[in-house]
Design a protein around this ligand. Structure first.
Ligand code: HEM
Length: 134
């Protein structure tokens, strides 16, 4: 079973109305103020993959890109889990860990950009809609 399928299994085991939906809703809520300001930088998966170590850690969550380098040592879930996803997409791991709204709002501090439309999985027309995965 690949990682994506495992993620879906994890989502099936949880109540998506408690976990997945708040994540997507809260992320969009927390980005609303950005629409009237300058656009986010476009950062490709290739660029993210070059920031894949303890002292340079970028990750993608829900098609947004975060520089977690300064947060790794402070992460309540441990530095190791973030290191595991350094340079990669961590959306399903983030959702699967059942993060609270506090964690979701913390993300904003580390936001540095978003994926190009062609590389997005979650925020594009016809993309995977996590909220409808049951
Ligand atoms: C920048 C991204 C992340 C932020 C801001 C973040 C933030 C947090 C926060 C604030 C908590 C405390 C509980 C809560 O409020 O939800 C937490 C716990 C946790 N996080 Fe993260 N997290 C991030 C990424 C990840 C990733 C990618 C994983 C991968 C599996 C992960 C795994 C965990 C786990 C397992 C816990 C639970 C620790 C425990 O209860 O002992 N986190 N995180």
């Amino acid at each position: 079973m690949d990682l994506l399928s495992l993620g879906f299994v994890a989502l099936e085991l949880r109540d998506s109305s408690l976990v997945a939906e708040p994540l997507t809703k809260d992320l969009e809520e927390s980005k609303k103020h950005l629409s009237n300001e300058k656009c986010l930088n476009i950062i490709t998966l290739d660029e993210i993959s070059r920031h894949d170590c303890d002292d340079d850690c970028w990750i993608a969550i829900y098609d947004y890109v975060y520089n977690c380098t300064n947060f790794m040592k402070k992460h309540p879930g441990g530095q190791e889990v973030l290191a595991e996803y350094a340079g990669r997409d961590a959306t399903l791991a983030f959702i699967g860990s059942g993060h609270t709204k506090v964690a979701i709002s913390l993300l904003e501090n580390y936001l540095i950009g978003e994926l190009p439309l062609s590389e997005r999985l979650y925020r594009k027309p016809g993309g995977i809609q996590i909220v409808t995965v049951h």
